[in-house]
Ligand binder design. Structure first.
Ligand SMILES: [Zn+2]
Length: 91
């Protein structure tokens, strides 16, 4: 259920979620960080999609290091996110 409230202070935003994706996939997050990340995903189809793409990339590549992912993929995602954000602000 969405309450339409602003982000709670402890919630992460998309950019933070993007930065956490590789750690998440490598099981490098703390339990709290993991919960926070998953809670963000539960409410964010864009980051869910990004995670799915990242997971597929890792399966293809066998393994992915942070250097493989950044900065280009993150830049692309952040550009996409800005488009989504601009679109939703137009509602
Ligand atoms: Zn997000």
């Amino acid at each position: 259920m969405r309450l339409g409230l602003p982000l709670r202070r402890r919630d992460i935003v998309c950019q933070q979620a993007v930065e956490l994706v590789t750690d998440y996939l490598e099981n490098a997050l703390s339990a709290a960080g993991r919960r926070r990340f998953e809670r963000h995903l539960a409410d964010c189809p864009h980051c869910t999609e990004y995670l799915a793409q990242m997971r597929a990339t890792i399966e293809l590549a066998g393994q992915v290091t942070a250097d493989d992912l950044t900065p280009q993929m993150q830049d692309e995602f952040i550009a996409l996110y800005r488009q989504w954000q601009a679109a939703s602000e137009g509602d």
